[in-house]
Design a protein around this ligand. Structure first.
Ligand code: UDP
Length: 386
């Protein structure tokens, strides 16, 4: 599109949602650029050529939401399977259900506690921290489940995942994980859940499938050799920028810290089922990876080969500038840096910052979509008019 009405930098769920709304609701001509050679940001998946198994290239993506508007919206582009996410964790060679529930507790203590008995035990083990409202992950974890369960299932896993002392991590990280005094071992609490029936990429491509939307891949906003670059566009075109906010301002206030993951993919031809489930966490410090994903189990309804499988070992580490950022670390220093960038972004002409990288927030897929729908309601009309 020679002269788009709106430029979107980044084709992840935030950018795609804005693009779709701008095209459909405002009849705007939209160009989306992405520096990668595929659409969809980290939600992108591809078919493994050897087995046909859908592989989540950037780690497991499970769709879940309690937001009716988001659920109705995503169902315009794809149907969802009945997949319900369940996770297990290996601690000292024994497998337990996660998140921590009555099954985990009874197995861990070799007991048959009732819900009330288990609550009483955990309250006693939470000791001096019970009932308080700690701000760091370590104390929050102990106050929620008591020290023995915390040390078995949370402490080392979190240490491997964040490479930061849990005392220096915000309590909010662990609040993502429910603790249940029933045998319900669903991983998510949300009303709606499932995986896109034809895969993530088909869903994401349908969002961009509109005559007013053009997608240009392998196109970097900061590459001055391509026409729609920051220097050429800034202040002249409305822009929705979904890349890293510190990168946008040339790291003027320093780097925001991110975690990234490395996935080590292995094809197995000795078995059609490596672990019997999609995600197995490894809770102990001695095992370097945090979990093993076996993607065939995300789609039990599909006709995958029964004599082969694919697994991915997931390793976690701090991101360098050239790595893919996944999780904002959000330490004290980061929060100060972010405020400085927020100030700069508020003054940036005709540019909206959005999505996980653009806001430095850990947004699940449904949150990125929900946030984009709000921006489309509240800010897009003015941006397009300006
Ligand atoms: N967590 C843990 N043990 C587990 C699973 C999760 O300690 O077996 C903690 C850990 O601190 C993690 C947080 O709970 O960072 C949130 O887990 P979640 O599964 O939401 O992380 P994600 O899948 O988004 O990486």
């Amino acid at each position: 599109m020679a002269n788009p009405d709106l430029l979107i930098v980044g084709s992840g769920l935030f950018g795609l949602t804005i693009a779709e709304r701008a095209a459909v609701e405002h009849d705007a001509k939209v160009t989306i650029i992405d520096r990668r050679d595929h659409i969809g940001g980290n939600a992108y998946s591809e078919r493994d050529p050897e087995t046909g198994i859908e592989i989540h290239k950037y780690g497991a993506h499970l769709f879940h939401t309690s937001n009716e508007r988001v659920w109705e919206y995503v169902n315009r582009f794809t149907s969802f399977t009945g997949y319900v996410h369940k996770v297990y964790t290996n601690h000292e060679g024994v497998v337990y259900p996660m998140p921590i529930n009555l099954g985990t507790i009874n197995q861990f203590f070799s007991a048959a506690y009732t819900p009330d008995e288990a609550r009483a035990l955990v309250a006693e083990q939470a000791g001096e921290l019970a009932g308080s409202d700690p701000e760091n992950l370590n104390d929050k974890g102990i106050s929620l489940i008591g020290r023995p369960l915390y040390e078995a299932f949370i402490k080392n896993y979190t240490g491997k995942q964040w490479q930061t002392d849990p005392k220096d991590l915000p309590a909010s990280i662990i609040s993502r994980l429910p603790v249940r005094y029933t045998y319900d071992n669903r991983y998510f609490n949300d009303t709606f859940e499932g995986l896109p029936t034809d895969g993530y990429t088909a869903w994401l491509e349908r969002m961009a499938d509109h005559p007013n939307i053009e997608v240009r891949l392998s196109t970097d906003y900061f590459d001055t050799h391509q026409g729609l670059n920051k220097d050429a566009v800034r202040g002249r075109l409305p822009v929705v920028y979904t890349g890293p906010i510190d990168r946008y301002f040339d790291y003027a206030h320093g780097d925001l810290k991110w975690r990234t993951i490395d996935l080590e993919t292995e094809h197995l031809s000795t078995t059609g089922d490596f672990q019997g489930t999609s995600v197995m966490n490894y809770a102990d410090a001695g095992i370097p990876f945090t979990r093993i994903i076996e993607p065939r189990h995300f789609h039990p309804e599909r006709d995958y080969p029964t004599d082969r499988t694919v697994i991915q070992r997931e390793f976690s580490r701090f991101a360098e500038r050239d790595d893919e950022p996944y999780y904002p670390v959000n330490g004290t220093e980061d929060r100060e840096t972010l405020l400085a960038y927020r100030e700069l972004s508020a003054a940036e002409p005709r540019t909206i910052f959005g999505g996980r990288l653009g806001t430095y927030q850990y947004l699940d897929m449904h949150m990125a979509i929900g946030s984009a729908l709000s921006v489309a309601d509240n800010k897009l009309p003015d941006l397009l008019r300006a």
